[in-house]
Write a protein that binds this ligand. Structure first.
Ligand code: AMP
Length: 211
């Protein structure tokens, strides 16, 4: 199956995408993760992306589309796109590529959560600086405190999870990403999934939504 996962920052897309990879063995393309890797490696692309990410803005389409295209061309089985597309230009470009590859999007999953809950999830989120595992200080803490209980790396707050940047990211979501709701609805692909509750509860709903 070929799907898109989208929804506001903090809704838990990344957590659910990782679970899909484990359960279904699908390829996950997460543009945010790819950009953070490029930043960690200090590449020119990473350096360019960092200036946008730190302000809570979207990275230019030319940069993100290039990254996504490269990954899409390698896919063989099912896949889920996490955080891509994030605006209409990207969505139209993606549809064009996938039509050429004969792998059109079959469902676009929209995760929904009230705004107060989004802010709470973002401000408590901690990321392993080594392996990228995601924790939450209240709902999913690491057993090793400030260290990752998977690899022992240091847990950090993502720089774009700081309160001012979060505000901008939420505004960018409603201006630029929200129009995708109508875009996928018109194509009959939109499926709404409530992101309330624990990651396990959301995952159960997601699996049902995919059936
Ligand atoms: P994420 O990990 O998906 O929350 O992405 C973190 C940041 O990376 C976003 O706030 C954007 O600045 C950037 N980013 C990730 N995916 C995209 C995309 N598809 N288009 C533009 N910018 C993106």
């Amino acid at each position: 199956m070929h799907i898109v996962l989208f929804g506001s920052p903090g809704v838990g897309k990344g957590t659910q995408a990782k679970r899909l990879r484990e359960r279904k063995n699908w390829t996950i393309i997460a543009t945010g993760d790819l950009l953070r890797e490029a930043i960690a490696q200090g590449t020119a692309l990473g350096l360019e992306a960092k200036s946008y990410i730190d302000k809570g803005e979207l990275v230019p389409d030319s940069v993100v589309n290039g990254l996504a295209r490269e990954q899409l061309s390698k896919i063989t089985g099912g896949f889920a796109l996490d955080g891509y597309p994030r605006n209409l230009t990207q969505a139209v470009q993606l549809d064009e590529w996938l039509s050429d590859l004969n792998k059109p999007i079959q469902k676009a999953i929209l995760f929904e959560l009230p705004e107060e809950e989004l802010v709470k999830r973002l401000s408590g989120r901690r990321l392993c600086s080594e392996c990228g595992a995601v924790f939450h200080i209240e709902s999913g803490p690491s057993q090793k405190g400030d260290l990752c209980d998977k690899c022992g790396g240091n847990l950090i707050t993502r720089s774009d999870d700081e309160p001012e940047t979060v505000k901008r990211r939420l505004a960018v979501y409603s201006e630029q990403t929200q129009p995708l709701v109508e875009y996928y609805e018109r194509q009959g692909l939109l499926v709404r999934v409530s992101a309330e509750g624990s990651p396990d509860e959301v995952f159960e709903r997601l699996i049902q939504a995919l059936e």
